[in-house]
Ligand binder design. Structure first.
Ligand SMILES: *Cc1c(COP(=O)(O)O)cnc(C)c1O
Length: 382
């Protein structure tokens, strides 16, 4: 088997995408549609398989950051429009428009460049990004109405969407976001009144949705929740139990099992003069495959033959497990680092905590470095 040449894998369960999307929809109600954030190769899950799995869900858009990734999505001939987050220079607008993408504009020069790239007799759709207080990107909220009026005067330009971003991780951030959402809502109300409202309006991403903040926009744009990841550093902010991580399993296999007799000197963790015999095993997965070294004091483990096997060392390409209590362990045995059923399952939160990183950073680090398998009804085409 080809997999045996480097037996380490990740399983992405695409059915969980749909479960998570259903949970998001249940929560936001029927009056808002969803945009899926696919940036960062769909938060490390694979933009193309994720997009294929979601294309028949009737989403308002797929949004992504990189031009290369967006072109791969367009090449799939999906029915969902691909909208670019802000990321291009004004001089790059023609490439985006030429590739059939919907650019985000944050200034007049970009909007004019996009309109200039329109094929004769056609209009070009753009989204406008507002800075509602995050302070990172976009047209300031109080300049939004004037900016939209300027764009309305540019021939061949259609403002299809108006959005902003209000991410937060703790209770103080939630209060800030609630206040900024109210300011965005006030703008939307003025635009509705004067009949200048674009077809798609969006301010809430995973944090606002999960925290139950409401707004009058007609769409939400979700990344974290869609992939079953918490947007919060503070776990008490929301009950995220309906959401399941799409990364459902990480595993490898034992390539060697060794018995070290009592009294022998092995240097793993400075175990000189072993007080009792010890069995260790090595699996070919380490820092190069996206794991970090365990946080001192954490007690990471994997599952081998249904037993807990403590992880005693992680090096660049290998992991050493203590198999002393797994008597029958043998070369080729599966080593499960993430996944499993019931109480014994190892969760993504737990795995991330052992390595001192967030669940999203764990998923991103493992992405593209292990053999990826896609599961679920929508994986057939992937
Ligand atoms: C990434 C992103 C989102 C999605 O954020 P999540 O917290 O992952 O749901 C929404 N809007 C913008 C502008 C983004 O960049």
């Amino acid at each position: 088997m080809a997999d045996d040449a480097h037996p380490s894998w990740a399983i992405y369960d695409l059915d969980r995408l749909r479960v998570n999307l259903a949970a998001i929809r249940h929560f936001i109600g029927p009056d808002q549609t969803c945009i899926a954030a696919l940036k960062g190769n769909a938060y490390g899950h694979g933009a193309v398989p994720v997009a294929r799995a979601l294309d028949d869900e009737g989403l308002a858009a797929f949004m992504t950051g990189s031009f290369e990734e967006a072109c791969r999505l367009r090449a799939e001939r999906l029915s969902t429009p691909v909208v670019m987050f802000a990321g291009a220079l004004p001089t790059g607008m023609a490439d985006l428009v030429g590739a059939g993408l919907v650019p985000t504009v944050v200034d007049r020069a970009s909007a004019e460049a996009a309109a200039d790239a329109a094929p004769p007799g056609e209009t070009v759709a753009v989204y406008v990004k507002l800075n509602a207080g995050l302070g990172r990107l976009g047209v300031p909220l109080d300049a939004a109405e004037g900016f939209l009026d300027e764009l309305a005067a540019i021939p061949g330009l259609e403002v299809r969407g108006l959005y902003t971003h209000l991410p937060f991780g703790d209770a103080q951030g939630r209060d800030w976001a609630a206040q900024r959402l109210a300011a965005f809502d006030a703008l939307l109300a003025r635009l509705e009144e004067s009949d200048r409202i674009p077809p798609v309006t969006q301010a809430r991403a995973s944090a606002c949705v999960a925290a139950g903040l409401a707004d009058r926009a007609n769409a939400v744009c979700v990344g974290h929740l869609l992939y079953g990841l918490s947007p919060f550093a503070d776990a008490s902010l929301a009950d995220l139990s309906p959401y399941r991580p799409v990364l459902s399993e990480v595993g490898s296999r034992l390539i060697q099992v060794s018995d070290h007799p009592q009294g022998s000197d092995i240097a793993i963790g400075g175990s000189y003069g072993l007080r009792r015999g010890r069995r260790t095993g090595v699996a070919p997965i380490g820092v190069a495959q996206g794991l970090a070294r365990p946080v001192p004091g954490s007690r990471p483990h994997a599952h081998v033959r249904g037993r807990r096997a403590p992880i005693v060392a992680v090096s660049l390409e290998h992991m050493v497990l203590d198999l002393t209590d797994v008597e029958s362990a043998a070369v080729g045995d599966a080593v499960r680092l993430l996944g499993g059923e019931g109480d014994a399952a190892i969760g993504l939160d737990e795995l991330a905590a052992w390595f001192g990183v967030t669940p999203l950073d764990t998923v991103m680090a493992l992405s593209g470095r292990l053999t990826a398998h896609y599961r679920g009804a929508s994986a057939g085409a992937a």
